[in-house]
Write a protein that binds this ligand. Structure first.
Ligand SMILES: *Cc1c(COP(=O)(O)O)cnc(C)c1O
Length: 304
């Protein structure tokens, strides 16, 4: 099924009474679309959290592996390789989530947008590499990062026929059928031209070009990671991901670091706190630039 901005639209097929778990920090779309749908509950200003959202911290302290929720949740968003942290989960870690979902009748919404950036052998490219996933998980794939489709817009979602939701009487309902109905009523898919462009990704020439592009960005990531480590930063990600997640010096906030980097080095990145409370103290840099600019940016950071 050809579709774009799926991550946001998928919330349409779920009840507003469903409890949602997200990692923290997180790709903001998962949270914001649930807030807009009315599923998040009230915003608690003191705690700086929504009352009906279960936040699962992912920080250096837990090696960027989210802990299973202590309570029952209905929908779980997982994204690996992760945006913003650039970290991954192995098969054993993912299996824990499949088991949790089975036990609690939850649905895992697995975002594999950065799958093409995986370089290490044992990292799963799809959640369906893990036994039992086809009963509890749906998976998003996007051409945005794989093939530079952020402007053209195309992606797809895999909803196995085995994945069932429960209606209000507790009867099983096919999510595949619901999503098909939703798509054919509200959207009808991307344009033919866009579909032909997506098709070209799978030709020999297309595959070769994409591989070359991704290699280029991964080399940038390596340069950033190595450069920052030489300066003395703690750096995460950047191996199976275009993102580098760095721990900023103690005593300043992510936004203060942003200002300093902008003013002293004329380099921009994203403050970790923009991705959630647990992102405070971190900063995201991306490899999506030219080799020359990447090298220049690191040189300037070295002089900071
Ligand atoms: C960029 C990105 C996407 C892309 O979504 P599209 O709507 O297909 O452009 C999806 N998930 C994550 C985590 C991203 O960073």
């Amino acid at each position: 099924m050809v579709q774009s901005v799926i991550h946001g639209n998928i919330v349409d097929i779920f009840s507003n009474s469903n409890k949602v778990a997200i990692t923290d920090p997180v790709y903001p779309v998962y949270l914001d679309t649930n807030v807009m749908a009315g599923r998040s509950g009230r915003y608690n200003k003191e705690k700086r959290k929504y009352e009906n959202i279960v936040y699962l911290p992912v920080t250096a302290e837990n090696d960027f592996k989210p802990e299973l929720p202590k309570e029952k949740v209905d929908l779980i968003y997982l994204c690996f390789p992760n945006n913003p942290t650039g970290t991954t989960l192995d098969k054993i870690e993912l299996k824990k989530w499949i088991d949790y979902a089975k036990e609690n009748k939850s649905i895992i919404l697995y975002d594999a947008a950065y799958e093409a950036f995986i370089t290490e052998k044992d990292i799963p490219h799809s959640i369906y590499e893990i036994e039992g996933a086809q009963n509890v998980a749906i998976e998003f794939k996007s051409y945005s990062k794989t093939a530079g489709f952020t402007g053209i817009r195309c992606g797809y979602v895999v909803i196995p026929k085995e994945v069932k939701g429960l209606d209000k009487n507790g009867n099983e309902t096919s999510l595949n059928t619901l999503w098909n109905r939703r798509t054919c009523t509200k959207f009808n898919g991307v344009s033919y031209i866009t579909q032909r462009a997506a098709e070209a990704i799978y030709t020999e020439e297309g595959k070769r070009q994409i591989e070359e592009n991704i290699k280029y960005y991964l080399e940038n990531a390596k340069i950033i990671k190595k450069g920052l480590e030489e300066i003395g930063y703690m750096v995460y990600g950047g191996i199976n991901s275009p993102y580098i997640w760095l721990k900023i010096p103690k005593g300043i906030t992510s936004w203060e670091f942003f200002d300093e980097l902008l003013e002293k080095a004329n380099v921009v990145g994203t403050p970790g706190s923009g991705f959630g409370l647990s992102g405070e103290g971190y900063f995201r840099l991306t490899a999506f630039n030219t080799r020359e600019n990447t090298i220049e940016a690191i040189e300037r950071m070295k002089k900071m």
